[in-house]
Design a protein around this ligand. Structure first.
Ligand code: COA
Length: 207
């Protein structure tokens, strides 16, 4: 029997961001992100249809003793890091708001986890996704000791996401043709990128 590890790292701080373990109180911000057609265009689950739909989706991201290898964070901008180029009025909506999310919501096959992330359109292009993913990976290896590889399933035309992954050490390993139907885009190909657990953090005896 696998023993439940409550996420040891409730908060992860980077230079500009704070990653916080998912909580029910994030629902309104979660919903805001998932009702934006641009933000959700590349996603498999597509637009949220209601607050209740968002609540159901978000429930899967909360810490759960039955899925100990999952680990999901909401991403917040640290107050000291709100961009100075933004006017006060433009920056105000970012104060205390979850602007993105990332994590492993499930394990695709034994020893291999799948990562996902989504950021509000208003904060794209600032390097936040890269900064958060790099920090996340170092925490994740420690959290999920039986996981030895993490994969990301990306649309081949989602260049920003591919760049984020490559900058964090993921490499493209497989290209699947017309394997998936995205609600917003229809039948699409998928590029799989993968990263292996760093050798130094491997548990002796595990494959
Ligand atoms: C993918 C996503 C997370 C990127 O977030 P982000 O905070 O903008 O990412 P970063 O700023 O860290 O990096 C984005 C990179 O893509 C580049 N980029 C952005 N738009 C681009 C475009 N249209 N064409 C080419 N490169 C682009 C940026 O310049 C940057 O690369 P660089 O650091 O080499 O300059 C964000 O766009 C998003 O949430 N998209 C919708 C959901 C999604 O696609 N999730 C991933 C599913 S696999």
């Amino acid at each position: 029997m696998v023993e439940f590890q409550a996420p040891t790292t409730q908060t992860v701080k980077t230079a500009r961001l704070e990653l916080r373990i998912f909580k029910e109180s994030f629902l309104d911000d979660f919903h805001t992100i998932w009702i934006n057609p641009t933000t959700t265009i590349w996603t498999l689950s597509g637009l949220s249809t209601s607050l209740e739909d968002s609540r159901t989706r978000m429930a899967r991201l909360l810490p759960n003793p039955e899925t100990p290898d999952t680990l999901n964070y909401g991403v917040f901008i640290r107050p000291s890091a709100l961009p100075s180029s933004d006017s006060e009025a433009a920056a105000a909506p970012l104060h205390g708001r979850m602007v993105g999310m990332l994590g492993v919501p499930g394990v695709s096959s034994p020893g291999t986890a799948e990562i996902g992330y989504v950021y509000d359109e208003s904060v794209w292009g600032r390097g936040y996704a890269t900064e958060a993913l790099a920090a996340y990976m170092s925490v994740y290896w420690d959290h999920a000791k039986s996981i030895n590889a993490v994969v990301a399933m990306v649309d081949p035309e989602n260049t920003p996401s591919i760049k984020v992954l490559e900058k964090c050490g993921f490499v493209a390993v497989e290209y699947l043709v017309k394997n998936i139907v995205l609600p917003a885009l229809g039948t699409r190909d998928t590029l799989i990128l993968r990263i292996e657990r760093p050798r130094a953090t491997r548990t002796p005896g595990l494959a």
